[in-house]
Design a protein. Sequence first.
Length: 379
Amino acid sequence: MINYIGVDDHKIDLFEGQYIVEHGMSYNSYVIMDDLICVLDTVDYNFKDEWLANLKKVLNGREPNYLVVHHMEMDHSANIEAFLNTYKNAKVVASIGAFNMMKNLFENDFVSRRIVVKDNDKLELGHHTLTFFTAPLVHWPEVIFSYESSTKSLFSADAFGKFGALDYEDKDGWACEARRYYFGIVSKFGLNVQNVLKKLSNLEIKTIYPLHGPILKENISYYLNKYDIWSKYEPEDKGVTICYTSVYGNTLKAVQLLKEELEKKKEKVALFDLARSDNAEAIEDAFRYDRLVLATTTYNGDIFPFMKTFIATLEEHNYQNRKVALIENGMWAPNANKIMKEKLSNLKNIEIVQSVTIKGALNAVSKSQIKELALLLSR
Ligand code: FEO
């Protein structure tokens, strides 16, 4: 029997110090009740008492034998010491990398109470058996997944997780906030995700138990397929993401015209003012769709700060394999397209399809260039 003992966090403002989580966050933790009892991961430190109470209730007077630590980021590992102090006979099961991190976090790597696991090691609990798989850099180096064979369950650490507390019913379903989570937190390490997907490819998986978001029970191939597409940096859908900055509204007029023209051609368009939007949403859609337009001003001999940060974030997250068009706006020495091109040249397989220059405000020439750009992008 696999029991949920995680918690919902509605007090958090920014997850991992940067991601807006309007509907909170769940920190998932599970217990397998068998001849031997195995707890899977702890939760954020602020929820220590609630989590220990959830655990105590499920244990119903019994004592746990093991705590498996799939991932050492503090939203999951903060209560390892509290657990070991509460249950004096329990052992911790984790990768060697995780134990090294425990030494830093707790000044203790629990030598007398630890079981170090690597690929294909097993933990027998009675009817249930866990098999471990290393998943380095998905998205920290010490991460392991585990597979419980009697129930065909995958414990996937942060993978397949999403933003949002579990008591919030997300009408957009899993993919929207799982995608923002993936491209914000995991996307730099696509190759590592591909490697772990290969390790899982021979397993029959009926249920995925991630460390955030809902337990995934049906149509498992849907979730695996999304992770396959995302980790290969392939576009998921046809569409144009337009990210812009506008100081006095003229660059905005240009991208609005482009949006209208694209929509006339039945293109899906996602438009983001980088100074005012959640940039994690803009990053998500830049990866989701197959074409991207960047529009900004020349500013202090460089590009506008929000665009600079956005392109740096694209690079940090390994953005690649897309068509990109550029629009610059400058009153006397427009230089933004040249700078954006240079920055994008650091990315793999980016095709710059067109560049448009606006000198302050749209005029007949630049309007017609924007219309041409829409035509080119929709071919
Ligand atoms: Fe949910 Fe990487 O911690």
